[in-house]
Design a protein around this ligand. Structure first.
Ligand SMILES: *[C@@H]1O[C@H](CO)[C@@H](O)[C@H](O)[C@H]1NC(C)=O
Ligand SMILES: *[C@@H]1O[C@H](CO)[C@@H](O)[C@H](O)[C@H]1NC(C)=O
Ligand SMILES: *[C@@H]1O[C@H](CO)[C@@H](O)[C@H](O)[C@H]1NC(C)=O
Ligand SMILES: *[C@@H]1O[C@H](CO)[C@@H](O)[C@H](O)[C@H]1NC(C)=O
Ligand SMILES: *[C@@H]1O[C@H](CO)[C@@H](O)[C@H](O)[C@H]1NC(C)=O
Ligand SMILES: *[C@@H]1O[C@H](CO)[C@@H](O)[C@H](O)[C@H]1NC(C)=O
Ligand SMILES: *[C@@H]1O[C@H](CO)[C@@H](O)[C@H](O)[C@H]1NC(C)=O
Length: 644
């Protein structure tokens, strides 16, 4: 298990920043967000604004016929809530309609029902067309309480859009679109703000740029996925600086290949003598250099994920770069995804805006979630809704956080391709508070942080529970925890201030021993019988470093007979069993990488209050909260960390 302590601990994926922007005072809407929905074709341009109750939408599409924008549950057409609009070519009169799409599989134009909702919730503001484009503006409630609508929430909004060159012949006869697309957006977020004060404030002589770029990484036509590790030396800082903005720098043409990047600051053990400063560090092979870098470069300073926009710290905080970090190395981890087998040279990276005009608070990033990115995480195949749990224990927050707690300003929720929903829940004094963040319409191809504005406070003694829900119906084999795209993770990156002391990692995982006690291993004769304590020790130590053993183990688990009883038992290992709690504060105890196995306690589940009148909306269209979670939830009772 030693390997897990030194390595998985800080192996972390993560990405962008921006997000959830709550309007605190009631304000009329203004169109202060904008994005080209299809940057390549440039047919659809969306501007929007919102207040506590309403969404204000302005769509411009390159058509003189009809246009449509829908909120989809998953990026597909089926069950999408659609705004359809056109401007009459003869009269110039605009029409906006609220519709509901049913497009059963297999798709055929004849099976698609784009029905008018019985309640028309979009209210037309303006509509016009010129020689080439149609523009329509309409307003709707964020939550309409109509079962034929979907709500606008802080979760990922999975937009679909389409158009046709002609107006409908009659208001009810809609011909099939000639163009369509999809786009995931955090719509109640700050990332698409046209004119935010944060953006406008970082200019002036006190500001400068610091680029953290890879150097001509070569990705061959054979490479489908690659992790590349670059060590980049920081300049000399004569004074303390704050990082106030991080923005992706993606080489033109490589947008589809650069999947995510993370930048970490290294300690002084990574110096000029480190043997290799730029190397392939993919996780499909063991690599001691990667382990050394990951073990010594643990403080995340910047993240980028596919689709993420520049990320700004709020005016009250910045990430500190102090004189003692002069000449230190930054470890840039770049994940390349190359499904089309392109040949690419890439020098993408992350650009920082730094300033000597210090903000009142230092910020930092905490990792939480399921922190064994290896074999103890197993998602059996053919499961509709399998859940992994992890906890940031109250003993950890109690031991580290200052009495006034920390203010959470961003949350980046991360899982991989079979992850459907993520929750980062918040418990105080045995009572569940609204979640720090959640995403019930997660999209792996859109990696962006939610901005928490105003900040949410985590107090000492608070507990976090993170769970990810997986649909493994597409899988024939067990899916293990891991770094590769086809493997799975369930992590969050939580940006907070003040960062004194820092809390780097507050996480948990299911002890390997508990999982192996259920499944057995191929390493006994006959295979599958329970391991003796000595065998268990051998297996849990060897499994991290012995490639033939790893392969044997994976084959065994893939062929494992997951009976209903075994599935239930595995699920309850994640939800109910004693868990391995990790708690790391590099400012309090730089070397603590221990974990302790502790029993969970019971909690009741938070139910999001419904804004809709009783009876509660019947359809699938509204935010469901997560009352569907049937597991009894527990929290840690006792936890003794090594630094106590
Ligand atoms: C929110 O915006 C809507 C639409 O612009 C407006 O009708 C409503 O009055 C606003 N609400 C508040 C409380 O300002
Ligand atoms: C589509 O609409 C028609 C007419 O309203 C209805 O008869 C049919 O059942 C609908 N199909 C689906 C799949 O809902
Ligand atoms: C028509 O409207 C579009 C979108 O607003 C604009 O880009 C375009 O320049 C306009 N064309 C003319 C001829 O005004
Ligand atoms: C955008 O920013 C400029 C400069 O700060 C300001 O003058 C202008 O009013 C802002 N516009 C909006 C729509 O907020
Ligand atoms: C840090 O790097 C040093 C030197 O390269 C190495 O000996 C050590 O094992 C690394 N520490 C960790 C925790 O990986
Ligand atoms: C454990 O590993 C050691 C060293 O590889 C070996 O000598 C011993 O036989 C193993 N014990 C078991 C029970 O497999
Ligand atoms: C499932 O796992 C087995 C054993 O590791 C492997 O041979 C097979 O190729 C895997 N199947 C798929 C679809 O990945």
């Amino acid at each position: 298990m030693l390997f897990t302590m030194t390595s998985f601990l800080f192996m972390l994926l993560l990405f962008g920043c921006s997000g959830l922007h709550t309007v605190t005072a009631d304000t009329p809407t203004a169109l202060d967000h904008e994005v080209l929905l299809d940057p390549v074709e440039q047919n659809f341009f969306l501007r929007w604004g919102f207040n506590t109750t309403h969404m204000d939408f302005e769509i411009t599409a390159k058509t003189l016929g009809w246009l449509a924008v829908g909120i989809s549950p998953n990026g597909g057409m089926n069950a999408a809530d659609v705004l359809l609009a056109w401007v009459d070519d003869k009269t110039g009169i605009p029409t906006v309609q609220d519709r509901w799409l049913i497009a059963p599989k297999p798709y055929s134009p004849r099976t698609v029902n784009l029905s008018l909702d019985s309640t028309q919730d979009w209210v037309l503001v303006t509509g016009s067309q010129n020689a080439t484009h149609t523009t329509v503006r309409a307003v709707r409630k964020l939550v309409t309480c109509d079962t034929q609508d979907r709500s606008f929430t802080a979760d990922t909004t999975r937009l679909i859009f389409s158009m046709h060159p002609q107006d409908p012949a009659t208001p009810t006869s809609i011909t099939k679109h000639t163009y369509r697309g999809t786009r995931s957006l955090l719509m109640l977020s700050e990332s698409y703000l046209v004119n935010s004060s944060a953006i406008n404030s970082d200019t002036g002589p006190e500001f400068s740029n610091l680029d953290l770029l890879a150097d001509r990484v070569s990705i061959s036509t054979e490479t489908r996925t690659m992790y590349f590790c670059s060590l980049i030396k920081l300049p000399t800082f004569t004074r303390k600086h704050h990082i106030v903005t991080t923005r992706p720098v993606i080489n033109r043409g490589n947008e589809g290949v650069v999947h995510h990047m993370l930048a970490y600051i290294c300690n002084d053990k990574i110096d000029d003598n480190f043997p290799d400063k730029a190397f392939d560090c993919s996780f499909d092979q063991l690599n001691p250099l990667r382990d050394q870098v990951m073990g010594n470069c643990t403080a995340i300073i910047a993240t980028f994920g596919i689709g993420s926009e520049p990320s700004h710290y709020p005016p009250e905080a910045g990430y500190p770069l102090t004189p003692e970090l002069s000449g230190r190395y930054v470890f840039l981890e770049s994940h390349y995804d190359n499904p089309e087998g392109k040949s690419v040279i890439d020098s993408s990276g992350i650009a920082l805006t730094i300033t000597t005009k210090l903000r009142p608070h230092d910020a930092a990033i905490m990792m939480t979630g399921y922190s064994d990115i290896t074999f103890s995480m197993m998602i059996p195949p053919q499961m509709q809704d399998f859940v992994t749990y992890s906890r940031c224990s109250k003993d950890c927050t109690g031991a580290i956080l200052p009495p006034t707690g920390i203010n959470v300003i961003k949350v980046f929720l991360h899982t991989h391709t079979i992850g459907q929903r993520i929750y980062l829940r918040h418990i105080r004094g045995g009572k569940e508070l609204p979640p720090l963040a959640k995403d019930e319409t997660y999209d792996f191809d859109y990696q962006e942080s939610q901005t928490i504005n105003p900040p949410k406070v985590i107090l000492p003694g608070d507990e976090l529970i993170q769970h990810c829900h997986y649909n493994s119906m597409s899988r024939r084999n067990v899916t293990f925890g891991g770094w590769g795209t086809p493997e799975e993770m369930c992590m969050s990156f939580v940006t907070y201030y003040p960062a004194n002391p820092v809390i780097d990692l507050c996480s948990s995982f299911a002890p390997m021993e508990t999982v192996l006690a259920l499944t057995g291993t191929p390493f006994t004769s006959p295979p599958g019988i329970p391991l003796t304590p000595e065998q268990m020790k051998n297996v849990t130590e060897e499994l991290w470093v012995n490639v033939p053993m790893i392969n044997q183990y994976k084959a065994y688990m893939s062929a494992y007979n997951w009976t209903p009883e075994k599935l239930t038992a595995l699920q309850s290992i994640y939800t109910d069993a004693d868990y391995a709690a990790m708690c790391v504060s590099t400012s309090t105890n730089p070397d603590a990488q221990e974990y302790s196995v502790v029993p969970p306690n019971k909690y009741t589940v938070y139910h999001e209050p419904s804004v809709c009148a009783d009876p509660a909306p019947k359809g699938t269209a509204t935010t469901s909260g997560y009352s569907g979670v049937m597991f009894i939830l527990y929290a840690s009772a006792l936890l003794t960390m090594s630094y106590h």
